[in-house]
Design a protein around this ligand. Sequence first.
Ligand code: HPA
Length: 218
Amino acid sequence: MPGDPLRARYIATSYLDDVRQVNEVRNMLGFTGTYRGSPVSIQGSGMGVPSIQIYATELVQHFGVERIVRVGSCGALQDDLDLGDVVVAIGAGTDSTVNRRRLGGRDFPATADYGLLRAVADQAGEHGLNARVGNVFTSDTFYEPEGSDTFELLERYGFLAVEMEAAGLYGVAAEYGAAALTVATVSDQLKRGEHLSAEERQSSFDAMITLVLDAVTG
Ligand code: HPA
């Protein structure tokens, strides 16, 4: 699940065989096909927890999907992460309340599926990617309010990066018994104010996609 539906089309048409489009409602494009003989579907998630939760829930509940990998981008919170590095989200903190609502006000440890996580982390080096396994923070806001010290706090607690969907996806997976993982390229280094160019975004995205496709179908 990439966030951007046009990325879903790009992945499907560039990497899958026997591909066909299966969704265009709200332009949230979905495709299904095979990768090296294994069935794989690519469905846009949209941005943010509410959006990914709708599509992930329907994939699991209505279409029998058992494993979901979000492939996205993130903003690095730690000095030792560089643009183009890949963050593999073992866990996700969040300021979204959805997982607390799921558990009747209790905290939920939003964590990745270990098998998916291990496969992606183990194979990253073969794809020339510097992968870091750790926690991300799933934020409901992309633009932090003026004067906010959120990023400093998250850095202090060891969060690798901020993104906007992982905790929601992990909550859906737990609720319905699916396996989930979030993998995200560092597109923004928030400590240094650095950003990937459009071309760099594309090439690092390609490397992450082949890593994930190889890892989940291998
Ligand atoms: N914040 C939230 N999500 C993101 C960012 C960010 O800085 N960069 C890429 N996805």
